[in-house]
Design a protein around this ligand. Structure first.
Ligand code: ZN
Ligand code: ZN
Length: 831
């Protein structure tokens, strides 16, 4: 009786949908689901008249919605929640802090594979065969599987084919039996990873048959050894199911047994080879974890970090490049795992740090998940579910890994915390994973370790203020010294006429010496393409993008002009459209031109280029890096990709181009960026035995920032920078919010921005509001942009109420007919 009463209760679920509407949607829970619904489960609901979407149960209530009749939940997708309550709290915090909707956060958080929608497609699982399957299928399921064997179908097609309205329970059942795969049409189709493995022929899978086999091969010790090894590793007699996965050929042949005996066993039909689907992160070979030997310096640092965690939730590890921070991380990760908590280790870009990932895999084996921007959606879902199931206790990942379903984090490491890649620029939520990591840690009562050789000014400030702990590691690991940095004075060399192409005599000389010693060179130029622009020598005309307010970049390889903002391409004009002159020359230089010149100056050397153009394919980075690591490449030319995470013993020279441009970029962070980039790329030179060399080409050799870099003097650099920030009211003394308005009509865009600034000034007299003004690039993809910047004094501003005013003002403006199509993009803590 009691049960009936409970199931008679009418429940409502407040569901979070992946739509940019700033509220939850209420649905009725069907009675039969009353005992099954939980917060964090995924549900299928109807949104609008036709669309069917996946939502998340955010809340369960008995309150009856007042002014409308709630539709029912169509299906419950999860038996157990896919998202836990800590995550929902984090989502809510992000929506509030970054001024976006919960739906936008959810969209960023869930891998597409967890978000079914009416646009999704269904295909038969490549490893599935209806004839061979021993599972039970309903009549409808068999009908559908037979049809799917002829090709993929959309949800709508399936509903029509089966003649039923709601197909999700059928699809869920089939997907659970691994008979079908659901995917988004635009995405690549799921390709399971397969592997050839060896197993015992099932005919021999009983004690008597095996006895006979052993009798037959009694005089063949090698065959006997292999069969024994198999039976030791795969106890088929105790559990016949173990034979299903068999073992890999490599493992079976591990040791000195020869391959020919295995072949004989297979020919005689005792063992057989088969192909099977393997999980992408399973079966990893876990080798015995090698002990990490810390230097005295590292030992002390580790101790200080642990001490610091006693008083601080977050601690900054400021360690010079090459000081061996990774070993300390490994030890701390182990300690956290030993105390039964989860660990998240974030890196700005994993593709560039395959070295670290491989090393950690060897130590942490299958308990470590990797969450990666270049992973397919299937791989992301596998990691997500691996955390839910407890398989992965430790994840190394990029910024989006803060969304994973951790329920018991003990430690979060944010490596290279200064890196701008932690900030998501587009689309919303425009979050900074380092800062969100702090909140995530608070929710879990976990500790945060921020690591960098060039900490951001904000982070260092908080460490100095004792808001974070501060631990320093000032010596390089082993005997290595910090690189020797010298300046190539381009003004002087120009006078002396010693510059060849774009190269100073000093740099060319050093490259020659390095190559003669059979060592490697990295050349850093933060601009891809051949040259940033072309220009008419007679009238100064410059080809510009038709969609954006930028000049086009010349790419010699394809002989075209390209816009780096929208991808627009144009052929190079034969003559100037303004004055008909044919004297059109290139101005400036990018990585492509440097590569070309190096090929002329060093025809014997093998030169490779690493930038966006050469690394578009999924394995682009890996192959370029592998060749460099093997020593096949002598000189690597690249954009800021070469500044990150490369750790190669044979690199002893780094050349830095265009330091001047980096420093004079019109942004309050330009000195900081220049300091970080040049120091980071310099740190690639000279590890282990030899002291590296760095040559910076500059026309401003007196510039104080260069001097700090030369002397590895972070402290003085910081002092100068922080007093500058204080004087000009920039972070960390203030908080910034940028609001960009965007519209195809310049006038409308300008008016909307002016009106918004007026409203904000009226409502928020205490906030300094700058603009509207044109951003550096005032038009992108045929959309005009205007920008407003809000400066709020840190600790003295009521941020929630300011944000509320911003939201209300935007809502009011968006409701005006003239501004209906204007986009307002709010960026909290812009980078
Ligand atoms: Zn001209
Ligand atoms: Zn463009």
């Amino acid at each position: 009786m009691f049960e009936t009463d409970a199931s008679r209760k009418t429940l409502f679920a407040e569901v979070l949908l992946p739509v940019p509407v700033p509220r939850l949607f209420t649905y009725r829970v069907p009675y039969n689901l009353n005992d099954h619904v939980r917060v964090g489960q995924r549900v299928i609901v109807q949104f609008g008249d036709r669309k069917i979407v996946t939502g998340l149960i955010f809340n369960i209530t008995e309150d009856v919605p007042k002014d409308f009749e709630a539709k029912s939940i169509l299906e419950l997708l999860d038996e157990f929640p896919s998202v836990n309550e800590l995550q929902l709290k984090l989502f809510q915090w992000m929506a509030d802090y970054y001024l976006c909707t919960l739906g936008e956060v959810m969209n960023a958080a869930l891998p597409a594979g967890l978000k079914l929608s009416s646009e999704s497609m269904v295909q038969i699982h490549p490893a599935f065969s209806l004839e061979e399957s021993t599972l039970n299928f309903s009549e409808k399921e068999v009908m559908l599987l037979k049809r799917l064997e002829q090709g993929t179908m959309t949800y709508t097609e399936i509903a029509k084919f089966l003649g039923v309205k709601f197909i999700f329970s059928i699809l869920k059942s089939l997907s659970g039996k691994e008979a079908i795969i659901l995917f988004e049409e635009v995405k690549e189709k799921f390709k399971p990873k397969t592997e050839k493995r060896i197993r015992l022929n099932p005919d021999f899978n009983d004690a008597k048959a095996l006895e006979d086999v052993f009798e037959n091969i009694a005089s063949k010790p090698k065959q006997e050894a292999i069969l024994l090894k198999y039976l030791q590793e795969v106890p088929v007699l105790q559990s016949p199911a173990a034979n299903k996965t068999g073992m890999s050929r490599k493992d079976l042949l591990n040791g000195d047994v020869s391959g020919s005996s295995l072949a004989t066993l297979m020919r005689s039909g005792v063992l057989e080879e088969f192909e099977t689907v393997v999980p992408r992160f399973g079966f990893a070979e876990t080798t015995e974890a090698p002990p990490i030997l810390l230097s005295e310096e590292q030992e002390r640092t580790q101790y200080e970090i642990i001490k610091s965690f006693e008083h601080h939730a977050a601690t900054l590890l400021h360690g010079v490049t090459g000081s061996g921070k990774t070993e300390i991380y490994i030890n701390l990760i182990r300690k956290a795992l030993e105390s039964q908590t989860q660990v998240l280790y974030m890196l700005p870009e994993i593709a560039l740090t395959t070295q670290i990932v491989q090393r950690l895999k060897k130590i942490f084996g299958t308990s470590m998940g990797v969450y990666h921007s270049r992973f397919s959606d299937n791989e992301r879902v596998e990691v997500w579910n691996g955390i839910l199931s407890g398989k992965f206790k430790f994840v190394i990942g990029v910024r989006s890994s803060i969304f994973l379903p951790f329920d018991n984090l003990g430690l979060i490491i944010v490596d290279e915390e200064h890196d701008a890649s932690y900030k998501q620029q587009e689309p919303a939520p425009r979050y900074n994973a380092r800062d969100v990591g702090m909140i995530l840690a608070q929710l879990h009562h976990a500790k945060v370790l921020l690591g960098s050789a060039t900490p951001s000014v904000e982070t260092y400030f908080h460490a100095k203020q004792n808001k974070y702990g501060l631990v320093k590691l000032e010596k390089r690991f082993g005997e290595a010294n910090l690189p020797e940095i010298v300046l190539a004075n381009m003004g002087q060399e120009r006078k002396m006429k010693t510059i060849k192409g774009e190269f100073s005599r000093l740099l060319l000389l050093r490259i020659e010496e390095t190559l003669a010693r059979k060592e490697q060179v990295i050349i850093f130029q933060n601009r891809r393409g051949y040259s940033p622009m072309m220009s008419c020598e007679d009238c100064g005309w410059v080809p510009k993008c038709v969609n954006c307010a930028v000049s086009l970049t010349y790419h010699q390889y394809r002989h075209v002009l390209v816009c780096h903002y929208c991808g627009y391409k144009e052929t190079v004009p034969q003559q100037c459209p303004a004055c008909t002159s044919t004297r059109i020359k290139t101005v400036g230089y990018g990585t492509e031109k440097l590569e070309e010149e190096l090929n002329v100056f060093f025809p014997e050397a093998k030169i490779q280029r690493m930038d966006l153009d050469t690394t578009r394919s999924k394995t682009g980075y890996e192959s370029i890096l592998a060749q460099f690591e093997n020593g096949e490449t002598d000189i690597l030319v690249g954009t800021q990709m070469v500044t990150k995470g490369l750790d190669f013993d044979k690199v002893s020279l780094v050349g830095v181009f265009n330091a001047d441009r980096m420093m004079h970029f019109p942004d309050f962070r330009s000195y900081e960026r220049a300091y970080q980039l040049i120091t980071q790329v310099s740190g690639r030179a000279g590890r282990r035995a030899r002291q590296g060399q760095v040559v910076i080409q500059t026309s401003n050799p007196e510039h104080p920032i260069l001097n700090y870099i030369l002397n590895h003097d972070f402290e003085s650099f910081y002092q100068r920078e922080i007093s500058d920030r204080q004087q000009h009211d920039y972070p960390p003394f203030t908080r910034l919010i940028e609001i960009v308005t965007r519209h195809t009509d310049k006038k409308v865009c300008r008016e909307a921005s002016q009106k918004l600034a007026g409203m904000l000034r009226h409502h928020l007299p205490a906030v300094r509001i700058m603009g509207p003004g044109e951003p550096m690039i005032a038009k992108i993809r045929n959309q005009y942009l205007m920008s407003i910047l809000l400066k709020m004094v840190r600790g003295k501003s009521d941020l929630p109420s300011i944000k509320l005013h911003i939201q209300n003002s935007i809502n009011t403006l968006s409701a005006e007919k003239a501004f209906r199509n204007v986009r307002f993009i709010v960026d909290v803590d812009p980078v």
